[in-house]
Design a protein around this ligand. Sequence first.
Ligand code: E4P
Length: 219
Amino acid sequence: MKFFIDTANLDQIKEAQDLGILDGVTTNPSLMAKEGITGEENIKKHYQKICEIVDGDVSAEVISTTYQEMIKEGKALAKLHEQIVVKVPMIKDGVKAIKYFSDNRIKTNCTLVFSAGQALLAAKAGATYVSPFIGRLDDISTDGLSLIQEIRLIYDNYGFATQILAASVRHTMHVIDCAKIGADVMTGPLSSIEGLLKHPLTDIGLEKFLADFKKGNQK
Ligand code: E4P
């Protein structure tokens, strides 16, 4: 299972990278705005900085909504760095654009996916990744994890190569449940990754081991 971090914050990306378990980064226009990154050139530079920190795929989202514009914008994003994956919204022109990018060997991440039907279309178009937003489904009393299960079943039925990127992950249990279901990738905040570390018995056990060592080695 790949671990992506869902942020445009360079410090958090570095921290996750230093942990040694980071496989990539996802961003979106809201996350860029949250870091105060505005203007086309600054945004492009920021993507390059992210690519220099991590080894894996970095999703950069188009803000265009028509086929021709998405192709132009996506090509420019893909040229920034070999690690860039063009993030395209699940709309009609987006599906056409994903097909174009797939035919032209440009990696894509189909975003804003909320149903199995949308995920099926993304795979048919040749998306590298499909991003079902599980947290946002949970927010409206719909089971986000069931969607991951449905997509896993459909993709396995037909051997689709599109990777299921569980997005909008909010906490550690999302990560664990996605791993049980067989999501290929998860993307979430640093806290959802670091939360996996925590167990009180680990802390209590370590404290005891260190205390016993100290006692035994006192002169
Ligand atoms: C996915 O790539 C999105 O950037 C993201 O996971 C959205 O998460 P949110 O619902 O917490 O905003």
